[in-house]
Write a protein that binds this ligand. Sequence first.
Ligand SMILES: C[S@@+](CC[C@H](N)C(=O)[O-])C[C@H]1O[C@@H](n2cnc3c(N)ncnc32)[C@H](O)[C@@H]1O
Length: 646
Amino acid sequence: MLEAKALKCRIFRLVFHDRDQYVCSYTLLHLTNIRMSFSNLQSARKAKESKLKSCVGAAASPSSKQDDREVGTNPQAMEIARPQGNPAVNAEVENSKPVSLSGLHKDLPSTLEVRQGKDTGRGLYARDRLVVGSILFATRPHVSVLSTPQLESYCSYCCSAAPSQGLKRCTRCRKIWYCNATCQNADWAEHKHECSALQRWQANAPSPDLSIPSDAIRCLGRILWGIQRTGLDSIWTREFSGMQSHRSSLPPSAFESHTHLAHSVVRYLGISSPAELAPFGLASAGDLVDLISRFTTNTFTLTSPSLTPVGICISPTMALVNHSCEPNVVMVFPHTPNALSSQEPLMHLIVIREISPGDQVFVSYVDTSVPRDLRQKELKETYNFVCHCSLCIRQTEVDPRTAMSCPKSCGGICPLPTEENDVTQCVKCKAVVTSAGAVLDAVRVGNEGLQKAISLQVKDPAKAKQLTSNLIPIITSAGLTPSAHPLLAMTRLHLELLLSAIATSISQDVLDEAIRTSAKYNEGLSNVLPYGHPVRAIAVAELGKLLAVDEPSPRHISSLDESTQFTQPAQSQSTPSGPTRLKLALETLIRAREELNIAFGKGTGGGLAGKEVREGIVRLESEIGQWTRGIRNAIEDARAAGKIAK
Ligand SMILES: C[S@@+](CC[C@H](N)C(=O)[O-])C[C@H]1O[C@@H](n2cnc3c(N)ncnc32)[C@H](O)[C@@H]1O
């Protein structure tokens, strides 16, 4: 009995230590970048639509005014892919020519070479065979900055989460925080100019909420002071200047946002005449737009070890990697437990699909769990190219991102109907979908609701949760599969909101709902992302952690029936309890450990996320051992007392 009580005292942190309720997930960051058009609505569907909309409106509030401080920020999600069966990309491989590095990019390993493709520009190509889970290379970015809401939660030098004793603030600008004096001293060369610029910016800010410039402005400031500090001929500056720019082909909308950002940067630097631009290598306003185009095209999202986006960074060597929606490498920041903080943040390029000699390595610049048209739109708008990767040109299969279940429930799937083609049928039994109009309405309302819920997530999480709670059943009952857009994204957002709610007060119902939602999210992800993809690995770990949380109500004491299986929790609306749940938690964490080892590199042991999961496994194994011994002792006591037959 004592041992059973010890089990109740389990303390297992629910989510990864660097998550907090005001942080969007990796996936959501990209969802926020997607703007959707709903202009071509068919009038015949209006009545049905307004009925569905009334449900959305119930939880929605007016959208907030666009915050112009974020203009120009284009963080990339970096995954990676292999050009299997992709004639366009394979032709690139054959037609590419080696590029001389002229003493630049010394951080590039000998396993990789730079080649120039006809349509894709420079790219990285493998010289050797590279296996899944191997670290292609790791490098510290030239420049990294935290996003404004993260400044007080992460060290501005090594980008680690605040230690238990808290961070220390720069006493001059009072805006930038560090782990300790070592990190502060290491950052001083970069922070020196920034420190005065931040003070100046605050003094002139029209309101307190505008007292810190956006991460884009701060990042560009650090780049320009870096150019000034190292000199125009330095390797640092030459690598930076060598990055791709789309200055000559910018669409008018991008030109406008770049110009807006340029004005803010000039103000931040305290520049009052064109002559003052010279030490930064800028001869004209056009050069500044060029710099901003390079910044936009080559910036990466800086993420925590569990993929929370915390800022942006630039590494000219990493920026040589081209894009595919079916990538063969991913870019992550595992925060290797025994790395020196002076080396962090270390960007790692990890192989997630086997690479052969001569293959080009590809990351994904966008969220690959969303459908082709959304990926293409973002790639065109932000990176100025049309993607012809293997995933984008594949036409034969039903894409799980745009799939619905068979209307006759035969187990097969159908492509989702579209505005252009609303005739669709099950690929297995050929049953025709007769409710195409209703499905289209549900998808449309789901997309609108998703945007509203994202905008409400920070301001009013309760309303956002009400919205996702209302919409998920509507989209699900229209027949969308868990991997289909917008259901997968909505499920992720709902999970985030539930985790935030649990972080403040835990109840059995919310915990059970979070477990069911997490299981559904994992099911959806497994159909759109390959095994070992970091987003998938973190999602499995999150489910394992949820299963391992103490159940607030003691129902598991009386539910020792191990026959309760947890196969389809979201469908059955029941979650396992007691020892069944514990065993499932252990199995899930073991699965997470394997996937994290690939996702964040075998050499890093899955990074900090892997370390946390391994510690969780050890705790659970010991608790399950205590349970087993406790039950055995209780049975022996009962036998000795003659209450049960020997
Ligand atoms: C981060 S840079 C990649 C390196 C770049 N190719 C270079 O020469 O420096 C991103 C730019 O590369 C090009 N690019 C990347 N992937 C591509 C692809 N799959 N197809 C066509 N162009 C691509 C686009 O011009 C994009 O804006």
